[in-house]
Structures are given as structure tokens and as C-alpha cells.
Design a protein around this ligand. Sequence first.
Ligand code: UDP
Ligand code: MG
Length: 330
Amino acid sequence: MDWKEGTADSCITEREAPRLAIVCPCYNEEATLGESLERLMDHLTQMSGEGLCLGDSFVLISDDGSRDSSWRIIEEWHRRYPERVHGIRLARNAGHQNAIMAGMTEAVGLGAEAVVTMDVDLQDDLQAVSDMLRSWREGYDVVYGVKVSREADPPLKRFTAKAFYRLQQRMGIEIVYNHADFRLLSSRVVRELSRYEERNLYLRGIIPHIGYPSTTVDDHLQPRRAGVSKYTFGKSLRLALDGITSFSVKPLYLTMALGGIYILVAIGIGIYVLASLLSGNAEHGWSSMMLSIWFVGGTTLIALGILGFYVGKTYIEVKHRPLYHIDRKI
Ligand code: UDP
Ligand code: MG
């Protein structure tokens, strides 16, 4: 038994090469899918040749309800390589996080001992997958791919992503800086993950929470080869809001603090109005009263909005809806 740095509270042991599954969420990716599958298969062959994973490792594409020919491409590849390319198709577009969760669960069901999740556009570094398997061999259950360069991302995305990581850390959420959903998990972590019953899935927040031995590898992000980003501004904003409101109640406290400050301001204005009334200068009072009404009204609405967000989430959580429905399996 071997103690490793960075896992002070866990004991890790070296182990054999695993049966690996590379799981890729896929939404309308006909432009990249064929080339990506080719590169993934080549890399799997190379890694099993190097003894990093077993020869019966496979790729599993989780089709997140694509409307283009993605599923047909997956079927075609499965016909050519029935043991090495698997696919699931979600009945509708359930979102990136749910597509990943569905894919990982299926892959473990098919006998994978380790699962690497990566976007099907292969912007992440395939070499990093080999590094992840080296860390697996050392005994790690969770290996995070950490973006060391974001040159491939447009400037606005780089800026908002950075601000978002900082904001989450301020909110006390335990996340790995510059890590998205490119990671290796052991099958036991996937099984533990399925015990989290939340419907607003935010894997980046949950996985550090589970707490198995973990480490990081460097990921050199590449530009997208073909097709366009499927993460629209709306989807990114949704993920950001989910990330914060699923793991932190600090926004609630902040609203309360803000409410307190505004009440103090209102008292100040009240005193001013009273003083003007007593001194017979009442016409000034009208404008200050109007001002305070608007201010208080505004903050009340903000507070209600944030409260509504949490109440809304509670409502969704208590329904315990299934995360996804698989339409077909091959
Ligand atoms: N994706 C998905 N469902 C969605 C949106 C995206 O499964 O609703 C997949 C997409 O096919 C890709 C990955 O999630 O494999 C990341 O999306 P994308 O590359 O468009 O995001 P970006 O790299 O621009 O952040
Ligand atoms: Mg991408």
C-alpha cells in the first residue's frame, strides 16, 4: 500500500490496466462525429498497445436527441465495430450533463472499469486520456482534465468562464479551477454518483463532493474542427445558475444583507423627510419618498426572484423525475 501526495486522507494502491470506456455526449454533431470516432478508435488501439487499457475497451456515444444524422452515423460505426463502438440515444435533448450521466451509467453496465468523458468534438487533448490512465494505474479514482490554455476559446467565453469559476469559489463551492467535464472516473465513483438523486445535475460540483482519491492532468484545448458550439449563451447561463443555486445558499444570505442595507437607507430618507416636514419644507419630501418607494420595491423584487429560484428548484427536486429516457440501445 502506497500513500500519495494530495490524498492525505486516502490510501491508494497501484492497479492493472482497466477496461476503459470513452463516453462522448453528442448533440447534432454530424460534422465532427465520423472523424472523431476514427481518432478515438486509433487512440484506443494505441493505448491498449501501450498496456494502458485492455483490448476490449470501447467508445460509447450518448446521442442527446440529435435532429441531424448523428444517430445514423453511430449505427453505421456500430455495425462496423460491434464490440468497440456503442451508442445510446436519449428520447429528447436532455442536456449535456444528463447525456454524460446516461452514457457513464450505460458504460459501467457494459462492464467498463474506468470511464473517460469528453466532448465529441475532441477539443480536449487525447494525450491527456493516456495521462489519466497512468494516474488510474497509480490508484486514482478521479482524474480531472484541467485546461492549461484556453486559446482555442473565443475571448468572451474565456472571460465569462474565468469569472464563473471565481464566483463559484467565492460562493464556497468546491470545484476544480479550469476543469469542465473532461475526466476519468472509476466504475465505483459512477455507482456512487447514481446515489445522488438531484435533478439539476451539476457534475463538476458533485464529484469533488464524493471524495475518492483524485488528481489532475493537463489538457491543451484545441479549436473545434467542424460544426459550431452547441453550448448556446442560454445553455451556458442555465448551467451557471444551476451550478450556483444547486450548491450554495450564499445568494440568499447576500439578498438578506442587501435588504438590510436598503432598510437603513430608507430609515435615513425617512428621517430627512420628517426633518423637512418639521421645518416646513415639505415639498422636498415628495421626491425622496418616491425614490425610497422605488428602491425598496426594486430590492424586494430581486429578493423574491432569488427566493423563487430556490423554491422552483425544491419543486423540481421533490418530483424525482427520471433524468433521461433511453430510446434505443445498440
Ligand atoms: N452537447 C450535448 N447536449 C447539448 C449541448 C451539447 O450533448 O444540449 C454536447 C456536444 O455535442 C459536445 C459537448 O456537449 O459533445 C460540448 O458542447 P460544445 O462543444 O458545443 O460546447 P463548447 O465546447 O463550445 O463549450
Ligand atoms: Mg466543444
